[in-house]
Ligand binder design. Structure first.
Ligand SMILES: CC(C)(COP(=O)(O)OP(=O)(O)OC[C@H]1O[C@@H](n2cnc3c(N)ncnc32)[C@H](O)[C@@H]1OP(=O)(O)O)[C@@H](O)C(=O)NCCC(=O)NCCS
Length: 175
């Protein structure tokens, strides 16, 4: 995919019609099977109307090539971010970003992140994310996009007991 033309990539909010494709795409890249992957996106669709969660997708020639999730984390409800509760601030978090391997390094992760930031700007002037230090690609991308580390030693879902590779990042997104 050397000569990807940016105008050939279509970005939009996901709809229920994209749900199966999203689950297939996610299960290709994670240990989750189709049904587990489908459950992962359920919260995005359930909460998309009340401004708690949003899911953006990228496609190329009608094929799903990436998604980016964003959601509101509060201490009082069960809309948890990677299992974290009161240890991390309330607010909007980017929650998952996955790009088709053949389309990485072409600005799609950046665009999906900017779309998520722009959506959050209507409700808040900052956005958080929790990353694992073991995922250097993701850490490097978020640092490039202006996220700053504010807290270390959080438990990340893929951590082994006592590993605590999670870090909390923030980005100011005021207009
Ligand atoms: C991490 C990931 C989402 C990046 O998406 P991408 O579409 O390849 O990233 P982009 O092309 O939009 O890159 C945006 C910026 O980050 C930088 N970047 C991306 N990956 C990088 C890497 N591995 N090392 C250093 N910088 C990197 C790019 O250079 C670019 O900056 P620039 O425009 O100044 O050159 C993608 O590699 C992926 O899907 N990985 C597997 C899943 C994953 O780790 N998701 C993140 C979990 S939170």
């Amino acid at each position: 995919m050397e000569n990807l033309k940016q105008h050939e990539v279509i970005y939009k909010e996901a709809s229920i019609k994209d749900w199966d494709n999203l689950a297939k795409f996610r299960s290709r890249y994670s240990f989750e099977d189709f049904n587990k992957a489908k459950n992962t996106f359920e919260i995005d669709f359930l909460n998309s109307e009340n401004n708690k969660n949003k899911l953006f997708i990228a496609s190329h020639q009608d094929k799903l090539i990436g998604y980016g999730r964003v959601g509101l984390h509060t201490h009082s409800d069960s809309n948890e971010i990677y299992g974290q509760t009161s240890e991390v601030p309330e607010g909007y978090y980017t929650k998952g970003l996955l790009i088709d391997e053949a389309f990485r390094g072409k600005g799609i992760g950046r665009t999906l992140t900017i779309l998520r930031e722009n959506w959050v700007k209507d409700f808040d002037n900052k956005i958080y994310c929790i990353l694992s230090l073991k995922n250097n690609n993701s850490v490097q991308m978020h640092l490039k996009l202006g996220f700053k580390e504010i807290k270390k030693n959080l438990c990340y879902p893929s951590d082994k007991p006592n590993e605590m590779s999670g870090c909390l990042y923030i980005k100011e997104i005021a207009n």
